[in-house]
Design a protein around this ligand. Structure first.
Ligand SMILES: Cc1cc2nc3c(=O)[nH]c(=O)nc-3n(C[C@H](O)[C@H](O)[C@H](O)COP(=O)(O)OP(=O)(O)OC[C@H]3O[C@@H](n4cnc5c(N)ncnc54)[C@H](O)[C@@H]3O)c2cc1C
Length: 323
C-alpha cells in the first residue's frame, strides 16, 4: 500500500490550476514511495475533465459523476469511499476554499491526521514529512507525521503544473451517495466582494499598494490596467481602507495568483503579500525605495516615483494618462 490519491478541483465548468499542481506533488510523492498516482474528479463534466487530467505521471483518473457543482456532503462521502477502494498512504487535496471545506471532514471520517497548507511533502526519509509556513510566513517548518496514512492539503502555486499528456486509465467510480446525508444544495456561485473578477485567473495583474497614497489616485493605476488589458489587484492595506473589494487582495489572507506578468506598484513586498504572488512568471516592481523587499524578487525593478513612472508607461503603451 504505497499509492497516492489526489483530488482535482473545478469551478464553473473549468478545471483549476491546482488540479495540475497536485498532479506534480502527487507524482513526486508516489515516486518516493514506489506507488501509483490516482487522481479523482468529482461532479460536472467528468469525462471532459478526465481527458484534460490525463497528464504525464497519472496512473488512474477516477471519474465520479455525482453532483453538478461542489457540494460538501457529496464530496465527503465520495472521497471517503474512493479512499477505501484505492487504499492510498496519502490523500492530497488542494488547499483552496473547497479543499479546506471537505479535507478535515474526510480525515475525521477516515480517522487519519490532516496537515493543511503544505508547501512541501516528502516520504524520502520513510515517514511522512510536510513543510508548512508559520508565524505569518516568517519561518518554514517541517512536520513529521507519526502515522501510516495522512491527508494533506497543498497550497496553490507551490508546485509547477504538469503539462505533458499522459496515458492514464480512466475509470468511472460508482459512488453510493446517501442522499439523506446531503444536507446542502448549491444554488449558485457568487464571488466574495462583489463582481465576477477572479484575479487568480488573470494573465497580467497591475497590483497597487499603499504607495498610491490616496483613493483618488487609484484612477492612475486603473488607467494602466485598462491600457495593458490587465486586471487590477492590490496589497492588503488598499482593501482594509475599503478602496478595493476583498476579492482583489493578493497574499496570505487574500488570493494566490500566478500571472504571466505581475506589476507591483508602491508595494513593499511584505512576506504576507509575497506569499500570494511569488509564483508569478515575471515580476515588475515600481518603488521609490531600492531596499524594499519586493526589489529582490523583481525581474525588472524601477526605482522611481510611481506618479512619474505610471503616466509614462500608460503613454508608452498607447493609453491616455489621467494626470
Ligand atoms: C496575518 C497577516 C496577514 C496578512 N495578509 C496580507 C495579504 O494577504 N496581503 C497583503 O498584501 N498583506 C497582508 N498582510 C499585511 C502585510 O504585512 C503588509 O502590511 C502589507 O502587505 C503592506 O502593504 P504595502 O506593501 O501596500 O504597504 P507598505 O508596506 O506601506 O509599502 C508601501 C510601499 O510603497 C512605496 N512607495 C511609497 N510612495 C511611493 C511612490 N510615490 N512611488 C513608488 N513607491 C512608493 C514605499 O517605498 C513602500 O515600499 C498581512 C499581515 C498579517 C499580520
Amino acid at each position: 500500500m504505497s499509492d497516492v490519491l489526489a483530488v482535482a478541483e473545478h469551478r464553473r465548468g473549468d478545471l483549476r490550476d491546482a488540479s495540475f499542481e497536485v498532479v506534480t506533488a502527487g507524482r513526486e510523492l508516489a515516486d518516493e514511495q514506489g506507488g501509483d498516482l490516482h487522481l479523482a474528479v468529482v461532479g460536472g463534466d467528468v469525462d471532459g475533465f478526465a481527458e484534460e487530467l490525463n497528464r504525464e505521471g497519472v496512473d488512474v483518473v477516477h471519474t465520479v459523476a455525482e453532483g453538478e457543482e461542489f457540494n460538501h456532503d457529496v464530496y465527503v462521502q465520495v472521497v471517503e469511499q474512493l479512499y477505501a477502494q484505492v487504499a492510498p498512504t496519502t490523500l492530497l487535496i488542494p488547499n483552496t476554499v473547497n479543499g479546506l471545506d471537505y479535507a478535515p471532514a474526510v480525515a475525521e471520517r477516515l480517522g487519519v491526521p490532516v496537515v493543511t497548507d503544505a508547501i512541501g511533502v516528502s516520504r524520502a526519509n520513510g515517514s511522512m514529512e510536510v513543510t508548512r509556513e508559520m508565524y505569518g510566513s516568517k519561518v518554514e517548518t517541517t512536520v513529521e507525521v507519526d502515522a501510516d496514512e495522512v491527508v494533506v492539503t497543498t497550497r496553490p502555486a507551490e508546485w509547477p503544473q504538469t503539462e505533458s499528456e499522459g496515458s492514464a486509465d480512466v475509470q468511472a467510480f460508482d459512488a453510493d451517495v446517501d442522499e439523506s446525508a446531503v444536507r446542502s444544495t448549491v444554488t449558485g456561485f457568487e464571488e466574495v466582494g462583489g463582481g465576477d473578477v477572479d484575479i487568480s485567473e488573470a494573465d497580467v495583474l497591475v497590483s497597487v499598494g499603499r504607495g498610491i497614497d490616496e483613493e483618488e489616485n487609484l484612477e492612475l493605476v486603473e488607467a494602466l490596467a485598462d491600457t495593458l488589458g490587465a486586471t487590477l489587484s492590490s496589497s492588503r492595506p488598499i482593501v482594509d481602507a475599503g478602496w478595493l473589494p476583498k476579492n482583489r487582495q493578493v497574499g496570505q489572507s487574500g488570493k494566490v495568483v500566478t500571472p504571466k506578468v505581475y506589476i507591483a506598484i508602491g508595494i513593499s513586498g511584505a512576506v504576507q503579500h509575497v506569499a500570494g504572488m511569488k509564483g508569478s512568471d515575471t515580476i515588475v516592481a515600481i518603488n521609490t525605495d531600492p531596499n524594499a523587499p519586493i526589489m529582490d524578487l523583481a525581474d525588472y525593478a524601477i526605482v522611481d516615483d510611481l506618479f512619474d513612472v505610471v503616466p509614462e508607461l500608460i503613454e508608452e503603451f498607447g493609453g491616455e494618462s489621467p494626470v
